[in-house]
Design a protein around this ligand. Structure first.
Ligand code: FPP
Ligand code: MG
Ligand code: MG
Length: 327
């Protein structure tokens, strides 16, 4: 991946490499999920290979595995590009425990570095020579932008709607991992039904992950998360904890509709959320989607390969981690 983000123009190289440096790579949740999904469907025990050659098969990528690895790299490139743009839009000061790139190099170069990562992702995507996969990942880009613009421009009455919140959450967070999971399975030569289970896993995992993110924005620690808390309220965004809290405290509606813009709104909304079941109900929502992600793994076609089964266990563990994490 570090090779994929080099440039001969020094300023571009520095900016593009920023979140790929040692210690700045984040959780690498998406590539981990995708490679586990690829391996969860790969039968290494076929052909009667002994333990040693099976281990070699796992570490020496064949052409299919190499293409799947590229897809995982593309997904991470798109993710980091979207974070670079997001931090400009949000005027963020920190990301992954570092100064946000926009603070380091300014908004203009940060945006261009994001464009550059997208360009590198596009070149790699084209090299896969698979139009369905290209279409899936291109659709994800459309979703990321649509979700962001929905969040930015929603009319006041839409801000109160769970439908709007769910759709935006799918576009901004779940679409990337859902469609990439589908794509990596298609690259593995598996059928569309298997690909659709992978999509379901990614969608539910992404939703669970985001709901937990929305919880952590209220109850997490800024230093553990590597980014400030109460960021959503400060940005004028009502997430699930606030929407649930508004059912108990109707006075929240006015604050949501004016995007917490008046002096004291953020503090009052925070206080009302704390004095409601909003956090607990959002956690419950996250747990429901985590359980659906586990079900999607269980729906994958049966396989008699210990390595694939271990990877399935890993996918299920990640679904649990998504909702039990503190960072
Ligand atoms: C983080 O959200 C942001 C995203 C998940 C996607 C943002 C999408 C764009 C900026 C559109 C441009 C897309 C591309 C592909 C360049 P957040 O601000 O809620 O979360 P945070 O707390 O991590 O900042
Ligand atoms: Mg942000
Ligand atoms: Mg944002």
């Amino acid at each position: 991946m570090r090779q994929a983000v080099t440039s001969e123009v020094p300023a571009l190289a520095t900016a593009a490499e920023y979140f790929f440096k040692v210690g700045a790579e984040g959780k690498r949740m998406r590539p981990t999920v995708l490679l586990l999904m690829a391996s969860a469907l790969t039968d290494l025990s076929s052909g009667g290979a002994d333990a040693l050659s099976r281990a070699r098969a796992a570490s020496v990528p064949d052409d299919t595995r190499r293409r799947q690895q590229r897809l995982a790299e593309i997904t991470e490139l798109i993710h980091v590009a979207s974070l670079l743009h997001d931090d400009v839009l949000d005027s963020a000061a920190t990301r992954r425990g570092l100064r946000a790139l926009n603070l380091e190099v300014g908004n203009k170069l940060a945006i261009l570095a994001g464009d550059f990562l997208l360009a590198r992702a596009s070149v790699t995507l084209a090299s896969l020579r698979n139009t369905e996969v290209i279409e899936l990942l291109s659709r994800v880009l459309e979703h990321l932008v649509t979700g962001e613009v929905m969040q930015m421009t929603a009319k006041p009455e839409r801000l109160m709607s769970f439908d709007h919140y769910f759709q935006k959450t799918y576009f901004k967070t779940a679409s990337l991992i859902a469609n990439s999971a589908k794509a990596i399975v298609l690259l593995g030569g598996h059928d569309t039904e298997t690909a659709s289970h992978a999509y379901d896993y990614g969608r539910h995992l992404g939703l669970a992950f985001q709901f937990q993110d929305d919880v952590l924005d209220f109850v997490g620690s800024g230093s553990v998360l590597g980014k400030p808390t109460l960021g959503d309220l400060k940005e004028g965004i009502a997430t699930a904890p606030v929407l649930f809290a508004a059912e108990e405290h109707p006075q929240l509606s006015a604050l949501i509709e004016r995007r917490f813009k008046h002096v004291g709104d953020v503090e009052l909304a925070h206080d009302l959320v704390k004095r409601s079941d909003g956090i607990e109900r959002t956690k419950e929502l996250a747990r429901e989607h985590s359980a659906l992600a586990v079900k999607a793994v269980e729906a994958l076609p049966s396989i008699d390969c210990p390595h694939a089964l271990r990877c399935r266990k890993g996918l299920k563990e990640l679904a649990h981690m998504a909702v039990n994490r503190i960072k």
